[in-house]
Design a protein around this ligand. Structure first.
Ligand code: 13P
Length: 287
């Protein structure tokens, strides 16, 4: 079922586990994430960045594909289709296209304008039964050409944005997108703790899930993180499995060049990685 992320995240926060947001790039990705969720009876969030939507020809294509796949595959677990790091314009495109959840990334605006635009989008989402995520403090690394520094959010600013009525709040706690550099200092649990104390029930979101050690993930969940975004890790295992297939010359054997065969090892690798993350996040059996 396509649902907003509100209820699944409130349950996750109350039950001390996290729901994974897995970013999708194409039909193969979407299918594997949905298979993993159904097999493990996990709620799941499909993340779509503006770049990925453009690649897939638009938000409408993505929304229609996801809805059709949920139907054709007989998916029974709750699935949220969520815009990842949306611009103001992309948020409206997704509302129109039939997404069930959006993230408004207003970090490029001054705080007053960020607040005004966030409030406006909260109102629209509430009317449509959609969920909305806001971000405080830029998340480091590179995503769709936006480079952040991995800064820590100001807990009071988090409280202010949480009080506007968002359903989930992403706060920078030293996390970055993509691979972590060797000299990365780790997550700031002090910041996370301070944010959690001020924002109470609010489900907190941890971006940049790739490469964060398992013990830090568990500690973050204990401190109120209820949604964890994973993107790069699925891309890495897909690329590795595909490279192995080609390096072994399997595309040259029989009909090994058939995309359904060529992409199969990568697809299996994505599914296995998603299941591994769902087990780590504690969402297995929670659908
Ligand atoms: P990673 O690519 O580091 O897993 O980050 C994903 C993410 O946070 C998407 O918003």
């Amino acid at each position: 079922m396509l649902v907003s992320a509100t209820e699944m995240l409130q349950k996750a926060k109350a039950g001390h586990y996290a729901v994974g947001q897995f970013n999708i790039n194409n039909l193969e990705w979407t299918k594997q994430v949905l298979l993993a969720a159904e097999e493990t009876k996990s709620p799941v969030i499909l993340g779509v960045s503006c770049g990925a939507a453009k690649y897939m020809t638009g938000f409408k294509t993505v929304a229609d594909m996801v809805k059709a796949m949920i139907d054709c595959m007989g998916i029974t677990v709750p699935v949220a289709l969520h815009l990842d790091h949306g611009t103001y314009e992309a948020c409206y495109d997704c509302i129109e296209a039939g997404f069930s959840s959006i993230m408004f990334d207003g970090s490029k605006y001054a705080i007053e304008e960020n607040v005004a635009k966030t409030k406006e989008l909260i109102d629209v989402c509430k009317k449509k039964g959609m969920s909305i995520e806001a971000e405080v403090g830029a998340i480091g690394g590179e995503e769709d050409g936006v480079i952040g520094m991995g800064e820590c959010a100001d807990p009071r600013e988090c409280k202010m944005i949480a009080d506007l009525g968002v359903d989930m709040l992403a706060a920078g706690i030293g996390n970055i997108h993509g691979k972590y550099p060797a000299n990365w200092k780790g997550l700031s649990f002090e910041t996370l703790d301070a944010i959690q104390q001020l924002t109470g029930e609010m489900p907190l979101v941890l971006h940049g899930g790739t490469g964060i050690p398992d013990d830090m993930i568990k500690k973050a969940i204990n401190l109120g993180v209820a949604k964890i975004n994973v993107n790069t890790e699925c891309q890495l295992v897909f690329a590795e499995a595909t490279r192995k297939y080609i390096e072994a010359g399997k595309d040259l054997e029989g009909k090994g060049f058939d995309p359904r065969k060529l992409l199969a090892p990568g697809c299996d690798a994505i599914k296995a990685k998603v299941i591994e993350k769902m087990e780590l996040f504690g969402s297995v059996g929670k659908a």
